[in-house]
Design a protein around this ligand. Sequence first.
Ligand code: PLP
Length: 406
Amino acid sequence: MGFTTKLLHSDRRFGVEHGNLVKPMHPGVTYGYEDVHDLNAVFQGKQKGYTYGRQINPTVEALQQKINLMEQGHASLAFSTGMAAIGTMLFALLKRGDHVVASQYLFGNTASLFDSFSRHGIEVSFVDMVEAEKVEAAIQANTRLLFVETIANPRTQVADLEGLGALCNARGLIYVIDNTLTSPYLFQPREVGATFTIHSLTKYIGGHGNALGGSVTDLGTFDWQAFPNILPDYRSGDPKLYAVNQMKKKGLRDFGGSLAAEAAHRLSAGADTLALRMEKACDNAAALASFFESHPAIERVYYPGLHSHGQHARVKQLFQRPGAILSIEPKPEIDYLAMLNRLQTVVKATHLGDVRTLAIPVAHSIFYEIGAARRADMGIKDHLIRFSVGIEDVEDLLSDFEQALG
Ligand SMILES: *Cc1c(COP(=O)(O)O)cnc(C)c1O
């Protein structure tokens, strides 16, 4: 089955309720049993069933199955936000004295989260991952995990995802790919040997800016039996589920970043149209990128679909399409904040992957707190503006930018 067909019939594949085509919303928190022996057996993991909403919920479970289908995973877990997914995964699987190699061009909050982990005794090295050879030098005897995003925000650098996969495989490292900016429709981390795919479901998968969520998918590629941080309690049953079991208990249960049923319901409906939205957003982004590239007021355009992009060949090889995130640097004489204020259709807002086109001057907003030095390391200039291109009629976007640029 194709990508979309599979999603449209996902809920029915995993159990129909009252003939419903989509999984109903179950906001209930606890589950009663006629026979207390069953309750005990569920708690002891000897019988399948529901216990308490922090760990398991039927609506959330249906979404997890859908994510798993999209990513061709072995098992997926959903969380209250993308940050909860990343934080819980790291918290459950790493310990004091471990070392992580992370991309230098991370989503700001993820970089901030790694800074926090480094205060709790987990060493972190931030490395430019555009060339895998440079990453090899950062690996130490205590390195456990490598973390990278598919398209860096806001400069759109694309790491050597394939080379990093080979490296992690050779060194036995957990390879985490945050696939938020590409979505499983444009890129399948499984193809480059990833261990986990991460999503902020809030972005493209949900798509409508009406629910927060995150996910971790174990692609079933890692040998957890050889991984020292799996605790004895979670070393039973399918060895491919050791990490997921530990994340469920030490992460979801103990940390409590659980997704609400209502959010899961909305995110699941959003996922059904991911392919359609992504195609349209990529069409619009390509049109805007070439408009900006030939516009006299614009100095630079960063978009993975342009020939001028540093990793254009890699993007063509790895991704179905180059995505819908693009950034520009207007010429110095342009008052870029005034230009943004003239926009009427495009919305000045943070967030990405929305059906609406959003614009943000990142140095003054989402990358303000990290300071000028770190921004310089990341190649973020004061006048860099990031767009998350939506699915509007392209003529409306073009005419809005035409009038705003004057
Ligand atoms: C937004 C985002 C996150 C965090 O997701 P939330 O759902 O906002 O917590 C993580 N990674 C990337 C690449 C993101 O864009």
